[in-house]
Design a protein around this ligand. Structure first.
Ligand code: ATP
Length: 359
C-alpha cells in the first residue's frame, strides 16, 4: 500500500491490451518535489505507466492515486498533472507567449491574488515568469518556427509548467534533440526542477540520463519493476542481473557458492571471495569494470586482448587463463600502463561483486 506522504501512488496496477500484459501488477510511489525516472528497454511498459498516471489510459486492475485521492477513472483534464511529449507539440499558428498562455486559458490562472492587476495582466506576468524560468525572456512574440529545437522544447516545458501542476510527466522529452543539445537540456531540466520544486516523473530508455537527473529511479523490465532506489543504490547494489547489466557497464559471470556462516564463499574460475549474501549453488556474479585492479600476485591471470585508451581512462578486454568469459576492465587515469598482448594478473575490490542465485 502507498504511504501517506506519496504524491503519486500506483497500487497493484496492471494494464492488458488484448493478450499483451504491458504492465504487470506494479507498485510505485513518487514523493512531493522529487525528480523520479522510470527507465527500461523499449517495450517494457514505461509509456503505458505514464499514461495511466496522466489519465490517458485506465488500468485493467489496481488504483492510481494523486495526493491521497483515488483518481483511477478520472479524465486527464481533471488531474493535477501535465505532460511533455517526445515530439514537439507547439501550436505553429500561435506565438511563443500564446503557446505558453494556452495552458492557463485551458485551466485558468492559479491563485486568487487581489493585487489590482486585471486577469489579462496577471496572465501576461505569469507567461513572462515562466519564459524567464526556461531562459527565454523576451521571446513571447516570436513564432515557434523561428526557434531552435532546444528552444522549442523549452517553450513546451514552460507551457506544461505554467499552471503549476503538482506532477509534470515527461515522456522522453529530449530524445528528438541532438546529443550536445540533449546534454545541455539535461542540465537545464534539472535547474528548472529545482526552481519549481514540483515533482517530475521522467520516462526514458536512456539509463545515463536517468542516473544523471534523478533523485530516485525505478528500473522496469517486461512490465515489472525490478528495483527502485537512488542512482547510487541501484548502481552499487543492483537487485538483479538485469539491473546490474542495464544500469552502467558490468561483467556478468557464472560462479558457484558454498554456504559459509551467514554468507557464502563464491568461486568464479580462479577467483574466490566471500559474500554476505546467503547464496548456495549456481550463482551469477556482477563485477563492474572499475572494480578490478592490476596486481603483482592477483588471483586471476590472463592476457590483454584489447586496449582502448579514452583519455581519462583506459578500457581493457582481458582473456582469462581459466574458462571464465572475457572481462572488461577499466583503469582510471591518463596513463595506460599495460599494452595489448601483455600478460597480467588482477584482483577484485573487496565487497564490490554482486551475487545472485540462479533459479
Ligand atoms: P518505448 O521505450 O519503445 O516507448 P515503452 O517501455 O514505453 O516502450 P509501452 O509503450 O508502454 O513501452 O508498451 C508496452 C507494451 O504494450 C508493448 O509490448 C506495446 O507493444 C504494448 N502496447 C502499448 N500500447 C498498446 C496499445 N494501445 N495496444 C496494444 N498494445 C500496446
Amino acid at each position: 500500500m502507498s504511504t501517506r506522504n506519496s504524491l503519486v501512488a500506483l497500487d497493484d496496477v496492471r494494464k492488458e491490451f488484448d493478450d499483451v500484459v504491458a504492465v504487470e501488477d506494479i507498485n510505485l510511489e513518487i514523493r512531493s518535489g522529487e525528480f523520479f525516472s522510470l527507465v527500461g528497454p523499449s517495450g517494457c511498459g514505461k509509456t503505458t505507466t505514464l499514461r495511466m498516471i496522466s489519465g490517458f489510459e485506465t488500468p485493467t486492475t489496481g488504483t492510481v492515486s494523486l495526493d491521497g485521492s483515488d483518481m483511477t477513472g478520472v479524465s486527464p483534464d481533471h488531474r493535477d498533472t501535465n505532460l511533455v511529449f517526445q515530439h514537439l507539440s507547439l501550436f505553429p499558428h500561435m506565438s511563443v507567449g500564446e503557446n505558453v498562455g494556452y495552458g492557463l486559458r485551458k485551466r485558468g490562472l492559479p491563485g486568487e491574488e487581489d493585487d489590482g492587476r486585471s486577469e489579462s495582466e496577471r496572465r501576461d506576468d505569469r507567461i513572462s515568469e515562466y519564459l524567464d524560468l526556461v531562459d527565454l525572456s523576451g521571446f513571447a512574440d516570436r513564432d515557434p518556427t523561428e526557434l531552435s529545437g532546444g528552444q522549442q522544447q523549452r517553450v513546451a516545458l514552460a507551457r506544461a509548467l505554467v499552471n503549476e501542476p503538482s506532477v509534470l510527466l515527461l515522456d522522453e522529452p529530449l530524445s528528438s534533440l541532438d546529443r550536445k543539445l540533449r546534454k545541455r537540456m539535461q542540465v537545464e531540466l534539472r535547474k528548472i526542477h529545482e526552481k519549481t520544486q514540483g515533482a517530475f516523473f521522467y520516462v526514458t530508455h536512456d539509463q545515463e540520463v536517468a542516473m544523471t537527473l534523478s533523485d530516485r529511479l525505478a528500473v522496469m523490465n517486461d512490465g515489472q519493476i525490478e528495483q527502485v532506489g537512488t542512482p547510487e543504490e541501484i548502481y552499487r547494489e543492483p537487485a538483479s542481473p538485469f539491473v546490474a547489466d542495464f544500469i552502467g557497464d558490468t561483467n556478468l559471470l557464472e560462479g558457484r557458492a558454498d554456504p559459509d556462516g551467514d554468507g557464502a564463499i563464491v568461486t568464479v574460475g580462479d577467483l574466490s571471495f566471500r559474500t554476505d549474501e546467503p547464496v548456495d549453488g549456481d550463482v551469477t556474479v556482477s563485477i563492474r569494470p572499475e572494480d578490478f585492479a592490476l596486481a603483482e600476485d592477483g588471483a586471476l591471470a590472463g592476457e590483454i586482448d584489447e586496449r582502448y585508451f579514452q583519455g581519462d581512462q583506459t578500457v581493457y578486454v582481458l582473456s582469462p587463463d581459466d574458462d571464465v568469459s572475457d572481462l572488461q576492465i577499466v583503469m582510471q587515469g591518463q596513463e595506460a600502463p599495460v599494452e595489448k598482448g601483455e600478460r597480467v594478473t588482477v584482483t577484485v575490490r573487496e565487497g564490490a561483486p554482486s551475487v545472485f542465485d540462479q533459479y
